[in-house]
Design a protein around this ligand. Structure first.
Ligand code: IPM
Ligand code: MN
Length: 381
C-alpha cells in the first residue's frame, strides 16, 4: 500500500429543489468509495442559486465562487424554482450556473446516456430500440446563444417589452476547442462523431460546420464524422439511438438534445454530467430542481451518484469510479427503482434508500442477492 495520501477537496453546492436531496446521497456514495479505495475527501458545502439569493442576496456569492476555484472538484445539485420566477433576470438562480460555468472556464459539457443492462423497461420507447444505447452528448457550454448579446426593447415611454432578442455567436476558437474534445473522446470510444447544427438556416452553424470539418480533415480523419441538422438529429435520436456514439453540438442544441436523450434510459434522473476545460471540473446531474417532488422521496439520486463517478475519473480515481458504476448496475439489476423509473415488477425505493443501497454495494456489503439487499434496505432504514 502506498503511504502517499490522496486527498481531494470537493466543493458541494446543493442548490435548490431536489438538489440537496440527491447531493447528500451522492456525497454518501463518494465517502463510501473513498473509504473503500483508500483516499480522503473533504466535502465543504456552499450556497448557490435561489437558496443563496434568499440567504445572501446573491445567486453566486463570492465565497462560493472562491471555494469552487480553489477546490479539486465541484459537485452541484440543481438551481431554480417557481418562487424565483419574478426576480430580476441577472438574479435568476439559473444565472448562478451560467456564471459559474463561465468563471470556471468549463467549455465542454459531457452528458453520457447509457441504457444500463436490464434497465430498458423504464423508457417510453420500445426496449428493442433503446437496449444497448451508449452515447455521449458533447455540448459547448460557455458560448453560443446563452452568452451572446441580448436586448429587451420597451415601447417608448413604457416598461412593456415590445421586442427582445438573443444573438447566437461562435468564434473559430470556441468551436475548435470543443470539437477537439469530441474527436479525442470518440477515439477512446467507437470512433464516430455526429456534429449537430442548423447550417441550412444559420450563419453561425455554417461556421460551426466548416470549423469542425477542417479540424477533422487536418487532425482527426481516423474518426468517422457526419453532420446532421438539429431537427433531423432529434428524430434520429428516438428512431435509432444506437447509431450515435459522440454527438457534438452547441450550447442551446445540446441543452435540448440532452433532455430528449433522457427518454432513452427512461428518466432524466439517470443522466450525469461533467463540465470540463482547463483545470476545473464541475459535476452535476442533468435533471433540474424538480420542485414538484421536493421532499417526497421520489427524487432519483442516481444521476448525482453517476456524476460522482465522472468526478472520480477526473480526479484520477478510475477504480473508484468503476466501483461506483458497478454498484449502480448491481442495484438496478436487483430490480430496485426510484419512483421515476418504476415498472410493474420493480422494487420501489425512496431517494435515501437508493443512496444507501448504492453506498452499501460500494462498501462491498451488498451483493446482487435480492434478499440480502432487501434486508439491508427495509430493516435498517
Ligand atoms: C442544464 C440546465 C441549464 C442549462 C439551466 C438550468 C440554466 O437546463 O444544465 O441543462 O440550460 O444549461
Ligand atoms: Mn437543460
Amino acid at each position: 500500500m502506498s503511504t502517499i495520501e490522496r486527498r481531494y477537496r470537493v466543493a458541494v453546492l446543493p442548490g435548490d429543489g431536489i438538489g440537496p436531496e440527491v447531493v447528500s446521497q451522492a456525497v454518501r456514495v463518494l465517502e463510501a468509495a473513498a473509504e473503500r479505495h483508500g483516499f480522503g475527501t473533504e466535502a465543504r458545502y456552499y450556497p448557490v442559486g435561489g437558496a443563496a439569493l434568499d440567504a445572501h442576496l446573491d445567486v453566486l456569492p463570492k465565497e462560493t465562487l472562491g471555494a469552487c476555484l480553489e477546490s479539486d472538484a465541484i459537485l452541484l445539485g440543481a438551481v431554480g424554482g417557481p418562487q424565483w420566477d419574478d426576480v430580476a433576470p441577472d438574479q435568476r438562480p439559473e444565472r448562478a450556473l451560467l456564471r459559474l460555468r463561465k468563471e470556471l472556464g468549463v467549455f465542454v459539457n459531457l452528458r453520457p446516456v447509457a441504457v444500463l443492462e436490464g434497465a430498458s423497461g423504464a423508457s417510453p420507447l420500445r426496449p428493442d430500440v433503446v437496449e444497448g444505447v451508449d452515447l455521449v452528448v458533447v455540448r459547448e457550454l460557455t458560448g453560443g446563444i446563452y452568452f451572446g448579446a441580448s436586448f429587451e426593447m420597451p415601447d417608448e415611454g413604457t416598461d412593456r417589452v415590445e421586442s427582445a432578442g438573443n444573438v447566437m455567436e461562435y468564434t473559430r476558437f470556441e468551436i475548435e476547442r470543443v470539437a477537439r474534445k469530441a474527436f479525442e473522446l470518440a477515439r477512446q470510444r467507437r470512433g464516430r462523431v455526429t456534429s449537430v447544427d442548423k447550417a441550412n438556416v444559420l450563419a453561425v452553424s455554417r461556421l460551426w460546420r466548416a470549423v469542425v470539418s477542417e479540424l477533422h480533415a487536418s487532425e482527426y480523419d481516423d474518426v468517422a464524422l457526419e453532420h446532421l441538422y438539429v431537427d433531423n438529429a432529434a428524430m434520429q435520436l428516438v428512431r435509432q439511438p444506437r447509431a450515435f456514439d459522440v454527438i457534438l453540438t452547441g450550447n442551446l442544441f445540446g441543452d435540448i438534445l440532452s433532455d430528449l436523450a433522457a427518454t432513452l434510459p427512461g428518466s432524466l434522473g439517470m443522466l450525469p454530467s461533467a463540465s470540463l476545460g482547463g483545470r476545473h471540473g464541475l459535476f452535476e446531474p442533468v435533471h433540474g430542481s424538480a420542485p414538484e417532488i421536493v421532499g417526497t422521496g421520489r427524487a432519483n439520486p442516481l444521476a448525482a451518484i453517476l456524476s460522482v463517478a465522472m468526478m472520480l475519473d477526473f480526479l484520477g480515481e478510475t477504480e473508484a469510479a468503476e466501483t461506483v458504476r458497478a454498484a449502480v448496475t448491481t442495484v438496478l439489476a436487483a430490480g430496485y427503482r426510484t419512483a421515476d423509473m418504476e415498472t410493474e415488477s420493480s422494487r420501489p425505493l425512496a431517494t435515501g434508500q437508493m443512496g444507501a443501497a448504492v453506498a452499501a454495494s460500494v462498501s462491498g456489503q451488498a451483493t446482487d442477492e435480492q434478499d440480502f439487499l432487501a434486508e439491508q434496505l427495509y430493516s435498517h432504514l
